[in-house]
Ligand binder design. Structure first.
Ligand code: PLP
Length: 401
């Protein structure tokens, strides 16, 4: 008998489980809209040209494989903070940002959670309802208490702004408020610029600490600056804040695990101390981060030619997603004779669309139409080709009614 007898089977991951089921399906029209990864019009994975060029440069210069410092690649940390805030931002000029390279978005969030657990015992993290499924796992495992604030309104398939504001107001003073910087996952619904100002107002009023998850900078609108505007608004008000970054989507570096945690402090001195503690937390967890992705980012951002090419490729990716979003909407409207308003599909941003389909309807999408998606009604438009929009529109209308 095994010493591990008492260990029961863990449930499969809800998103990765969708991919498994998709693989097993042999139907020719099958479509995987589960996982959030960019695909070409031929529905193939995509390696950015700038990434290949940066990798060639790295090969030519013959870099070694020595350990990075605990904080990561210094050139990457500088580049990533400047990309996020803008190089001329006062938080950068005044050296008020503690930046540490992390294991992509997930690992950076996890490091921030460890910082909260250690230095803000008992403080709660407020997360949106719904949110990216892994947020809850991250805070649970870090032993950080969390609760939800209202975000999605099923009646309008839009933002429950009043619910959001009153829940943030009702939370204990000094809570952390987790916000998706842009392209909210899973809903694709972002606050308007005016709503962001009001969100900043209540957070400031309640002495909360904003905690941004930025997994899609440049990938949502196609502009790095526009997608960082929520974070920059909060920073411009002199607030202290946390920002986790990921290069999985915008540089297509999913498997390289490259991202960062940034803590904006009210003084350079505080930032230095926070950074030292982030390093202390990282050391026993994974010692130091991997170098390859960090060098790619540093090379792309640090080379004006590659940087411009990246911006063009990002616009191309965001543009392809926007165009299938439009085509899906047009196809649905042309086919649906009920007069239902589907405009919420167009108002959403980023790689995801919340279709408004419930669990039973989502099951119908999969069982009858071979369209694989999460059971909350989310589809990844990055996995959709324009050739398959008509088919998907038929599936959605059939499942909806
Ligand atoms: N945060 C959000 C909201 C996400 O959607 C994702 C990826 O899907 C991540 C963080 C982190 O991804 P990664 O760990 O690959 O950077």
């Amino acid at each position: 008998v095994s010493r591990f007898e008492s260990i029961t089977m863990a449930p499969p991951d809800p998103i990765l489980g969708v991919s498994e089921a998709f693989k097993a399906d042999t139907h020719e029209m099958k479509l995987n809209l589960g996982v959030g990864a960019y695909r070409t019009e031929d529905l193939q994975p995509y390696v950015l040209n700038v990434v290949k060029k940066a990798e060639n440069l790295m090969l030519e210069s013959g870099e070694n494989k020595e350990y990075l410092p605990i904080e990561g690649l210094v050139a990457f940390n500088k580049a990533t903070a400047e990309l996020l805030f803008g190089a001329d931002n006062s938080v950068i000029q005044q050296q008020r940002v503690a930046t540490v390279q992390g294991l992509s978005g997930t690992g950076s969030l996890r490091l921030a959670a460890a910082l909260i657990e250690r230095y803000f015992p008992g403080a709660k993290v407020l997360i949106s309802s719904p949110t990216w499924g892994n947020h809850k796992n991250i805070f649970n495992d870090a032993k950080v208490p969390w609760s939800e604030y209202r975000y999605y309104d099923p009646k309008t398939v839009g933002l429950d702004f009043d619910g959001m504001i009153s829940d943030i107001k009702a939370a204990p003073e000094g809570s952390f408020v987790l916000l998706h910087g842009c392209a909210h996952n899973p809903t694709g619904i972002d606050p308007t610029p005016e709503q962001w100002v009001k969100i900043a107002d209540v957070i400031e009023e309640k002495n909360h600490i904003p905690f941004f998850d930025v997994a899609y900078q440049g990938f949502a609108s196609g502009s790095l600056d526009e997608d960082a505007s929520s974070v920059r608004l909060f920073a411009s008000r002199g607030m202290e804040l946390l920002v986790a970054q990921s290069y999985s989507k915008n540089l297509g570096l999913y498997a390289e695990r490259i991202g960062a945690i940034n803590v904006v402090c009210s003084s350079a001195d505080a930032a230095t101390r926070v950074k030292s503690q982030l390093k202390r937390l990282a050391r026993p967890m994974y010692s130091n981060p991997p170098v390859h992705g960090a060098r790619i980012v540093a090379n792309v951002v640090g080379n004006p030619v590659l940087f411009n090419e990246w911006k063009e490729e990002m616009k191309m990716m965001a543009g392809r997603i926007k165009s299938v979003r439009q085509k899906l909407y047009d196809s649905i409207c042309a086919k649906d004779k009920t007069g239902k308003d589907w405009s919420y599909i167009l108002k959403q941003i980023g790689m995801f669309s919340f279709t408004g389909l419930n669990k039973a309807q989502s099951d119908n999408m999969t069982n009858k139409w071979h369209v694989y998606m999460t059971k909350d009604g989310r589809i990844s438009l990055a996995g959709l080709s324009s050739a398959k929009c008509e088919y998907l529109a038929d599936a959605i209308i059939d499942s909806f009614y």
